[in-house]
Design a protein around this ligand. Structure first.
Ligand code: VG1
Ligand code: CO
Length: 543
């Protein structure tokens, strides 16, 4: 087994976005592309010599090949050990857990998460730090910098490792330990939730449907929901992970998980419906005939987490991304705990969780999780809902109605405009940014602008500053508009328009969100001139 240093030169655009580096699969499969990026990761963290890493991914096309390349590169770079999920499979939260459980020097996750997979779709690579969380901006910046001055990468000449067999084998001087991707994660869930109470709920006739969307959560959901909790076989649908996700778009929202939505809104729907994304870190929660917005899910979990055994002592604090609705803020205020507002992307929660300041975190984009790992965690959220319903009683609809009655309702929606011309979208936002000062005090759609800015964040733990994280317009009645461009796409630009309006109740709590938000939507279009700037009136996806 010889180690080669292969000559290479920098490849443009290897800049991680909101969550790792994502590109079209053929780009990642191009000459030196993956290798350059992986070498840059090792270089940026001071080399791999003597270190241990976790490697695994969501099983999408090229996952298996990329894992073999990374193993040969880790060995050539002198790593001591790589722990890899069987078949190179690990959900993002399971990888985060394994990094923490084994105390490794980090991990490399192969995933483009909610983006479709396949030979012509998307692939991605993400580095997680020893705390188990996505690399913070300082590390991703160092990785990007390393990609711009790379001259060679180290790789070992060796046959493929058989990753279907559990156990430890040698690759040169490096140990490769192939582990069951599900077992440790499932054990962790049993420490957090009351499986006995959930089993009793099931024995009482409670039914559920979990749509794994042909992505990585299939094996996890089958083991936990069917094998360990006792839901009947077939509760988990689209349960076999496929390299192209069976052509599904593994993003758990009403648009892409339409099969689940149809079942949950139809006759004889199960009590609870849920779906997860490509890499298992997102969740959608649906009750019988009742869609739960992710921002509301976060608030309901914050208010009821004490019903789960892992959280009985009460939450130390909560955090949400800036575009996420303020529903959880109201719960935090009642509980008398801190509520932090961070930029979009899970990497910003890591420091707060490490410092013990935020225990529960969430994003409007179907991401919820706690400090049990350092990633958002789809199945965790589903189990939390099951635990809350099992101990607290009632239906999803009852729980939501009671929550709104107590706290009022933050009507919320996100409108995505996809495939825009990047320059036009950027120009629109910079024009709006330039006019922010003038907008103060203006009346639009019967609402007055009382604050307008571009969100900047100073991390309260390490003082690092992140600028330009989204334009916000706040109105006198508590309504809010946020606009930013997606950092996870692989072609063109996606404008995300986030809309929110608070209704204290007791009247007006059961409106259709799009109707309740109609004036806010009109105000957003009028203020930003979306149609004129990017030529689009209607969004592609509404969540
Ligand atoms: C999106 C979401 C963000 C999430 C990110 C990664 O980012 O808005 O909340 O953290 O995806 O999620 P953006 O930049 O496209 O808005 V995942 O499950 O795709 O890793
Ligand atoms: Co994901």
């Amino acid at each position: 087994m010889t180690v080669h240093t292969v000559k290479t030169s920098p490849i443009d655009g290897q800049k991680p976005g909101t969550s790792g580096l994502r590109k079209k699969t053929p780009v990642f499969m191009g000459a030196h592309y993956l290798e350059n990026f992986v070498q840059a990761i090792f270089d940026a963290i001071g080399g791999a010599a003597g270190k241990s890493f976790v490697v695994g991914g969501d099983g999408r096309y090229f996952n298996d090949r990329a894992a073999q390349v990374i193993l040969r590169m880790a060995a050539a770079n002198g790593a001591a050990k790589v722990i890899v999920g069987q078949g190179a499979i690990l959900s993002t939260p399971a990888a985060s857990h394994l990094i923490r459980l084994r105390g490794t020097d980090g991990g490399i996750i192969l995933s483009a998460s909610h983006n479709p997979g396949g030979p012509d779709e998307d692939f991605g690579v993400k580095f997680n730090t020893p705390n188990g969380g996505p690399a913070p901006e300082s590390v991703t910046a160092a990785i990007h910098e390393a990609t711009t001055r790379i001259t060679g990468y180290r790789i070992m000449d060796a046959p493929d490792i058989d990753l279907s067999v559990l156990g430890t084998v040698a690759l040169g001087d490096m140990a490769v330990e192939v582990v069951d991707p599900v077992a440790d994660y499932a054990d962790l869930m049993e420490t957090l939730f009351d499986f006995g109470a959930i089993r009793a709920l099931i024995a009482d006739g409670f039914t559920m449907r979990f749509d794994a969307m042909c992505a990585v959560t299939g094996p996890y959901a089958c083991e936990i929901l069917e094998n360990r909790l006792g839901f009947p076989v077939g509760t988990v649908t689209h349960r076999d992970p496929l390299p192209d996700f069976g052509g599904m778009h593994p993003d758990p929202n009403p648009t892409w998980a339409h099969e689940l939505m149809a079942e949950m809104m139809g006759e004889g729907a199960p009590d609870l419906g849920a779906a997860s994304d490509g890499d298992g870190d997102r969740n959608m929660i649906v009750g019988r005939g009742t869609y739960v917005s992710p921002s509301d899910s976060l608030a309901v979990i914050a208010a009821n987490a004490h019903l789960a055994k892992g959280y009985m002592g009460g939450l130390s604090g909560v955090a949400r991304s800036m575009p996420t609705s303020a529903a959880v803020d109201r719960v935090a205020a009642k509980l008398g705990i801190d509520c932090f507002e961070t930029p979009t992307g899970w990497k910003f929660f890591g420091n707060l969780m490490d410092a013990g300041r935020a225990q529960l975190c969430g994003e409007e984009s179907f991401g919820t999780g706690s400090d049990h790992v350092r990633e958002k965690d789809g199945l965790w959220a589903v189990l939390m809902w099951l635990n809350i319903l099992a101990v607290g009683g009632g239906s999803v609809a009852d729980l939501l109605a009671a929550h709104w009655k107590e706290f009022g309702r933050n009507y919320y929606s996100r409108h995505d405009f996809e495939g825009l011309e990047t320059a036009a979208a950027e120009d629109m936002l910079s024009a709006l940014r330039g006019r922010m000062g003038d907008l103060l005090g203006q009346d639009v759609q019967g609402m007055t602008v009382i604050a307008a800015d571009d969100f900047n964040y100073t991390d309260p733990v390490d003082g690092s500053v992140s600028t330009g994280q989204g334009l916000r317009l706040v109105f006198g009645d508590g309504a809010r508009i946020v606009m930013r461009l997606s950092g996870t796409g692989t072609s063109g630009a996606t404008l995300r328009l986030y809309l929110e309006r608070y209704v204290p109740g007791p009247e007006g709590l059961a409106e259709d969100p799009q109707e309740a938000l109609a004036p806010v939507i009109r105000a957003a279009h009028a203020l930003a001139g979306i149609a004129a700037a990017v030529g689009r009136e209607t969004p592609d996806v509404i969540t």
